[in-house]
Design a binder for this molecule. Structure first.
Ligand code: PEP
Ligand code: MG
Length: 582
């Protein structure tokens, strides 16, 4: 038995026999052609492009009908590769010049493109390599006259192990005999991982050497929740994973029914249950888990892993995409929060002794108003396409908030001068994640339309416990009375000032804490998409009054531990009650 560690790409557990996909690129012989055969070779190449285009359009329509438009849109990227003039012209030129077959030249040109993309320090571009390779394989298959993709042949249920899997390979797995997959390369944001997640096929990517360490026919466990692949497990391990698999399947099955249900308590209080995202692609998962909107879009990821800053247009396209896909549901775009543990390579932020207390988020933005205004304009432009809300991170006092709003007004004026449309009434919020903001939220409230409590930081600053230091992790207590008191203050003050209050830190995704968040009167809860069904289940299983009683009681307790113990007991009771109601 051996255990391989990778990136958890799609949760769940698959146990089965391995189908090892050939990891080698198809060998294409270097064959010369006669001068007189050049026109025919070019026509052959153009015909293959046309056939491939028709195939991709066919897959796109099928996927669109079967699993939805949002998945089908992935194939637009493939069509773009097929229509790329630079690639097509280079192939035709080289066929004429080098007198070699079109499949050989085409494979060489694509290889050159993927190699140069590989060198660019941009995760997004690197992940587009699989789009290029996928299209390339199809075109070459058509040039060589092959008819069948290997995956459509599968007779038995298998776990695919491959160097990489293209989105179209993954799409073919749909309703085929593929129960899981493991790949050597790939990141969390690859289309393949996204597709796997929404098809709910357990997957682990980025295993580096899976194709070398696993043999065709081996038995493997793919634990897509933990990012682990167990090769030829012992009988004891197998039993353990089978039990875990049954448990996971039962829980997921039970939770599915909550997707389309309203997030409402038994006595009719409605909570906006939203999702947090880092990348635009995640909207698919947000929608499939039944979120009411996006409560936190961490835009700083658009600024990372690249040598330059994203332009207004690039940001606008990204935000517009998310807002349009989610419409009419609301999307809260948080202006970028760099610094702390998230750094920009090219802006050379100074090395700081205490980066979490340093030049971060809104502090950086207010010091670089031109960079900040590019983002503000992009966000405002996207507001014309759906229901968009904007919020600022790391507000420590009203001075910063007013300054940010001043820049927002300037951004609006600049757009008006350019005659560009935006929603004048875009709601603006402040994240409450610094104790000074929580304690002065009565002063902040008149300046904004909502608060969103960022407990990840609020906890680290109020308990003075570095959120990424494992040595003091025991002190990082979301249920600490100090944290609960701050939450209570912010919610009550927000409401007294007629603004709504949400929460978007990780504690919002802990089902045991849900009754307290409900009882505190939060209007919106935003968490990772996969947690949404379970949180919704808890909210739907209790009354607001009951939640208020729970909250009143835990507010009298003296330690976080006492609170957690009580809430765990309560959680088990809720689970038991909902079980007995079935
Ligand atoms: C938070 O601090 O709770 C939050 C949501 O922001 P981030 O985790 O991005 O700092
Ligand atoms: Mg934060």
């Amino acid at each position: 038995m051996s255990v391989l560690n990778g990136i958890a790409a799609s949760p769940g557990i698959a146990i089965g026999r391995v189908f090892l996909l050939d990891s080698q690129d198809r060998a294409i012989p270097k064959k010369t052609i006669k001068e007189s055969a050049i026109p025919r070779e070019i026509t052959r190449f153009q015909d293959a492009l046309t056939t491939t285009r028709a195939e991709i359009l066919g897959i796109r329509d099928k996927i669109s009908q079967e699993i939805g438009q949002e998945h089908a849109d992935i194939f637009n990227a493939h069509l773009m590769v097929l229509e790329d003039r630079a690639i097509i012209e280079e192939v035709m030129e080289r066929i004429k010049k080098e007198k070699l077959t079109s499949e050989y030249i085409f494979s060489q040109v694509l290889k050159k493109y993927s190699e140069s993309f590989m060198k660019i320090n941009d995760e997004y571009l690197r992940e587009r390599i699989s789009d290029i390779n996928d299209v390339g394989r199809r075109v070459i298959k058509n040039l060589l006259g092959e008819q069948r993709a290997p995956l459509s042949d599968l007779k038995d249920k298998v776990v695919i192990v491959a160097y990489d899997l293209s989105p179209s390979d993954t799409a073919v797995m749909h309703r085929k005999n593929v129960i899981g997959f493991a790949t050597d390369i790939g990141g969390r944001t690859s289309h393949t991982a996204i597709m796997a997640k929404s098809l709910e096929i357990p997957a682990v990517v980025g295993l580096e050497s899976a194709t070398r360490q696993i043999q065709d026919g081996d038995t493997v466990v793919v634990d897509g929740s933990q990012g682990v692949v167990v090769v030829n497990p012992t009988p004891a391990e197998l039993t353990k994973y089978r039990q875990e698999q049954t448990r996971y399947q039962e829980v997921s099955k039970g939770l599915k029914k909550f997707r389309d249900l309203a997030c409402i308590t038994t006595d009719g209080r409605r909570i906006e249950l939203a999702a947090n995202i880092e990348l635009p692609e995640e909207t698919i998962s947000v929608l499939s888990h039944g979120a009411d909107g996006i409560g936190l879009y961490r835009t700083e990821f658009l600024y990372m892993n690249r040598p330059d800053l994203p332009s207004e247009e690039e940001q606008y396209q990204a935000y517009k995409g998310v807002v349009t896909e989610m419409a009419p549901k609301p999307v809260i775009i948080r202006t970028f929060d760099l610094g702390g543990d998230k750094f920009l390579s090219h802006l050379e932020m100074p090395h700081e002794m205490n980066p979490f207390l340093g030049w971060r988020a809104i502090r950086f933005c207010l010091a670089s108003p031109e960079i900040f205004k590019i983002q503000l304009r992009a966000i405002l432009r996207a507001s014309a396409h759906g229901k968009l809300r904007l919020m600022y991170p790391m507000i420590s006092g009203v001075g910063e908030l007013r300054e940010a709003n001043k820049l927002l007004q300037q951004a609006k004026n600049e757009l008006s001068a350019r005659k560009i449309r935006f929603d004048e009434n875009t709601e603006v919020g402040a994240m409450i994640e610094i104790p000074s903001a929580a304690l002065t939220c009565d002063i902040l409230a008149p300046e904004v339309d909502f608060f969103s409590i960022g407990t990840n930081d609020l906890i680290q600053y109020s308990i003075a416990v570095d959120r990424i230091n494992e040595k003091i992790a025991y002190l990082y207590e979301p249920a600490h009375p100090a944290v609960l008191r701050l939450l209570k203050t912010v919610v009550e003050t927000g409401h007294a000032n007629n603004i709504w209050v949400g929460i978007c830190g990780e504690m919002a995704g802990d089902p045991a804490l849900t009754p307290v968040l409900l009882g505190l009167g939060l209007d919106e809860i935003s968490t990772s998409p996969v947690m949404i069904p379970e949180i919704k289940k808890i909210i739907r299983s209790m009354s607001h009054e009951e939640a208020q009683q729970v909250t009143q009681y835990v507010m009298t307790l003296r330690t976080g531990e006492e609170v957690v113990n009580f809430l765990k007991m309560k959680y088990q009771q809720i689970a038991r009650d909902s079980q007995s109601k079935k």
